[in-house]
Ligand binder design. Structure first.
Ligand SMILES: [Zn+2]
Length: 233
């Protein structure tokens, strides 16, 4: 049985890089998913604007039809008031005609404002489409890069895992290895800390003087009381 701390130091050399590669392999698809979500969001906004535009166009057409019916009614009332001798009937026709004309004016104002909305909407849609086109093209390039980077990182990961397996001898017992692995994950890929002048070189806290003595004398696993890392001299 060799020195477990020495064995862990030898592992740590590989695990530092392995930790970075693993982090990269986690980050790359996350970045991609985030960018995809942003693009989907823009597509959603675009679709909403198109739907609103179509809605306005349909509504304008409906208002056109309504105006046509009202104009037909006006013509009918004009004929009635021209041909009828009854003053009361003529007055009633004229009254209704005035009302209808007011309604038509209001409808036309509404249509005009909707047409302005449509024009604005069209310009916005054009802008978004242009931006989206550019972003989609960038994203395509990004995805290709991600694919290359993932392939590269996966290869490095495999190499490092192979090296790690080769170094993982019998010098470290299962409990110690488990502690080491947990520290690797919790402490950003650095599970060991060098003790220098009674100070942990990872968290820079002073440790009791007897720790140095213990480390020098035995191959016992001693952790920093502040950052928990496994100490070595
Ligand atoms: Zn420490």
């Amino acid at each position: 049985m060799g020195n477990p701390v020495q064995a862990l130091l030898s592992l740590q050399e590989i695990d530092r890089d392995l930790f970075r590669v693993n982090a990269e392999l986690k980050r790359l698809p996350e970045d991609q998913a985030r960018r995809q979500a942003t693009l989907d969001n823009v597509k959603g906004v675009l679709e909403e604007k198109r739907t609103a535009l179509r809605g306005n166009q349909v509504r304008i057409k409906e208002l056109d039809d309504m105006i046509t019916v009202q104009q037909q009614r006006i013509r009918k009332l004009e004929n009635e008031s021209n041909s009828n001798k009854d003053v009361t009937v003529v007055e009633a026709c004229r009254y209704e005609i005035r009302g209808l004309r007011r309604q038509i004016e209001e409808t036309e104002r509404e249509q005009f404002s909707m047409m302005e909305d449509i024009e604005r909407g069209k310009m916005e849609i054009d802008k978004i489409e242009e931006r989206l086109k550019l972003e989609l093209s960038n994203f395509e390039q990004f995805c290709q890069n991600v694919e290359t980077e993932i392939a590269d990182a996966t290869k490095r990961q495999g190499d490092l895992q192979g090296k790690r397996a080769a170094r993982l001898g019998k010098d470290v017992d299962a409990n110690t290895l488990d502690l080491y692995d947990r520290l690797l994950a919790a402490r950003g890929g650095e599970a060991l800390a060098r003790l220098d002048g009674g100070v942990c070189q990872c968290c820079y806290m002073q440790v009791p003087p007897n720790i140095s003595v213990q480390l020098a004398r035995s191959s016992k696993i001693i952790q920093c009381s502040s950052c928990d890392r496994i100490m070595y001299l």
